[in-house]
Design a protein around this ligand. Structure first.
Ligand SMILES: Nc1ncnc2c1ncn2[C@@H]1O[C@H](COP(=O)(O)OP(=O)(O)OP(=O)(O)O)[C@@H](O)[C@H]1O
Length: 564
């Protein structure tokens, strides 16, 4: 826990360091903009002064100040616009960089990440958490530098014009950090709680959407709706608390500003009454000091407004450090020729998912010759899918080695491993898109002829005519709109298109009726020709297939015999 806190602080510090370098142009532009604001206030003070004290017009030409006012306003508009552009660009670049880093890290860890993290949580991290950091980079970081620099510059100008007004404004300004520090602790806690509540709601919502069919079938719709409503209500309460603290914090700045204006105005009026000082110089100086006060407090207000953006960084940091560390690997430099057949060897392989639960695979040793078919047979929980996950490179043995053509697979590059392997799982992975897009996923460069033969091979043509748009029929995520058998045929067409020398089949007929199962097996046997095939099955039809039958029990190889 403590270790995670240190890690998340380090990550946040690193992000701040990267971000601070990027916001340098915004800081410069904003400081220049503050100086222009001083000039603008000076021009307005002179114009008003001339209007209030007619004798002033004898020594100053009002048109000079009007022209200067217009020019400075144009410059200020340009500077503010450029600041906004830079801020948007910095936010965009930071989000792009973070998403790239996180996706790379997840890819490095591989699909095994889903054994420990929910897909809802990962999606929330990459999509929403990273998105919420826009304000940290584009608003909070510049504001955290400018809240001190800009008021100091403005104070120097006021000091030259009315030193005692500078003293009053400076003292009122000092009250703001004290008030902010008081509200800040509450604001940080409220913002962090709101962030956690939002994350929980998003992850829960996504997970429940994915499992909507199970929820409806289990009659849990009302219960789940209630839980979602509770989470949404929690988020509403937390959001209101953040807004309340933000309002109080903003009100404290307004109070300090009003006190400064009143005190400066009273001092000026006092000077006028006591010393009858209505000289033109005094009037314009007094006006200038009053007009510049809102500019003095503006950076402090920006800091208070961006305060909640700061909490989002620590929230995201906590989620980032929860990601498992990618295992440092030896450089995988071996390559396999994907046109050559593959021989698979297990040498004393053991594996445990969890230290406490012990080995799920125990000292497995066997050899599958190139172009041979091997069947992994065993009851549920025997370890068949774990073996397939290892062959796919998702997990690595805790002991022993797996060899492809006598090369340890942990030394073979992922690209090469993927090019020699085709995989069909229990449940076909179908993306939202057309049937054609889903088949071509295995080989986007396939020609029309290749596509047609894949369709024929997998017998997809048998049901195409019953679909409204044939190959261009849109199917939902997870194969929504297709039967289990129809979806599995898409997997077969993909494997056919990929034409890899090693075919891994993990209970491909698990959810099919006997007739469809028979037909799918017929096609798989055809697909197996000239390839090395490893089929995990506990179906009776699967166990009739010819090949090397490897029987597993509680992760141990209890027999191996050749059938047929
Ligand atoms: N991600 C995981 N985390 C922890 N334990 C796991 C995980 N996946 C599988 N196991 C455990 O490993 C053991 C072997 O599971 P595996 O899925 O490999 O068996 P199987 O023979 O393929 O079963 P089935 O035929 O039901 O798919 C089981 O005890 C299971 O509980």
């Amino acid at each position: 826990m403590q270790k995670d806190k240190i890690k998340s602080k380090l990550w946040a510090k690193q992000q701040t360091k990267i971000g601070q370098k990027a916001v340098f142009p915004i800081v410069i532009l904003s400081l220049l903009s503050s100086m222009i604001a001083v000039g603008l206030s000076w021009c307005i003070a002179q114009i008003l002064g001339i209007m209030l004290v007619p004798t002033l017009s004898l020594s100053f030409d009002v048109s000079v100040f009007i022209i200067a006012f217009v020019l400075l306003s144009i410059f200020r508009a340009i500077f503010i616009y450029s600041e906004e552009l830079f801020a948007a660009k910095i936010g965009l670049q930071a989000r792009h960089r973070l998403r790239k880093e996180l996706v790379q890290r997840i890819m490095q860890i591989g699909p095994s990440i889903l054994y420990k993290q929910s897909s809802g949580g990962l999606t929330t991290l990459i999509a929403d958490h990273v998105e919420s950091l826009d304000g940290y980079f584009s608003r909070w970081l510049p504001a955290s530098i400018l809240w001190f620099l800009s008021p100091c510059i403005i104070l120097v100008f006021i000091f030259f014009v009315q030193p005692w007004a500078a003293l009053i404004i400076g003292l009122c300004g000092l009250m703001v950090p004290i008030a902010q520090a008081t509200f800040g602790i509450g604001a940080a806690v409220a913002a962090r709680q709101q962030f956690v509540a939002m994350t929980r709601l998003q992850a829960r919502f996504l997970d429940r959407i994915q499992g909507i069919a199970t929820i409806v079938l289990a009659g849990r719709s009302e219960g789940e709706t209630e839980k979602l409503a509770k989470a949404a209500n929690e988020l509403r309460k937390r959001t209101m608390k953040v807004l309340r603290v933000a309002f109080l914090s903003s009100a404290s700045i307004d109070c300090a500003m009003i006190v400064a204006i009143v005190l400066v105005a009273m001092m000026d009026v006092g000077q006028f009454l006591n010393h009858h000082d209505t000289s033109s110089v005094h009037v314009t100086h007094a006006l200038f000091a009053l007009l510049i006060i809102p500019e003095f407090f503006a950076p402090l207000r920006s800091l208070a407004l961006a305060y909640q953006d700061k909490a989002k960084l620590s929230g995201t940091a906590a989620s980032v450090v929860e990601l498992p560390e990618p295992v440092l690997e030896i450089i995988r430099e071996n390559q396999l020729d994907h046109t050559q057949p593959i021989q698979v060897t297990f040498e004393d392989v053991s594996y445990r998912w969890d230290e406490k639960r012990g080995n799920v695979l125990n000292h497995l040793s066997f050899d599958i010759k190139a172009r041979d078919t091997a069947l992994l047979i065993g009851a549920s929980g025997a370890g068949k899918s774990t073996i397939i996950s290892m062959l796919l490179g998702f997990i690595k043995p805790n002991q022993g080695r797996i060899l492809f053509n006598n090369i340890d697979i942990s030394t073979i590059s992922y690209d090469s491993l993927s090019s020699v392997t085709a995989w069909i799982g229990q449940k076909p992975v179908i993306f939202a898109g057309t049937i054609k897009e889903n088949i071509l996923f295995a080989k986007p460069t396939a020609t029309e002829d290749e596509l047609q033969s894949a369709i024929k091979f997998a017998a997809i043509d048998q049901y195409l005519s019953s679909l409204p748009k044939g190959l261009d029929t849109f199917i939902g995520e997870g194969g929504f709109g297709l039967s289990g058998g129809q979806a599995q045929r898409i997997s077969i067409a993909r494997a056919y298109l990929k034409d890899a020398p090693l075919l891994l089949l993990d209970e491909p007929t698990a959810h099919l009726d006997p007739l469809t199962e028979q037909d799918i097996f017929k096609r798989l046997v055809k697909l197996a020709q000239n390839r090395t095939v490893i089929l995990a099955t506990h179906s009776a039809a699967g166990q009739q297939l010819n090949g090397l039958h490897l029987r597993l029990e509680h992760g141990r190889l209890i027999s191996q015999e050749r059938i047929g």
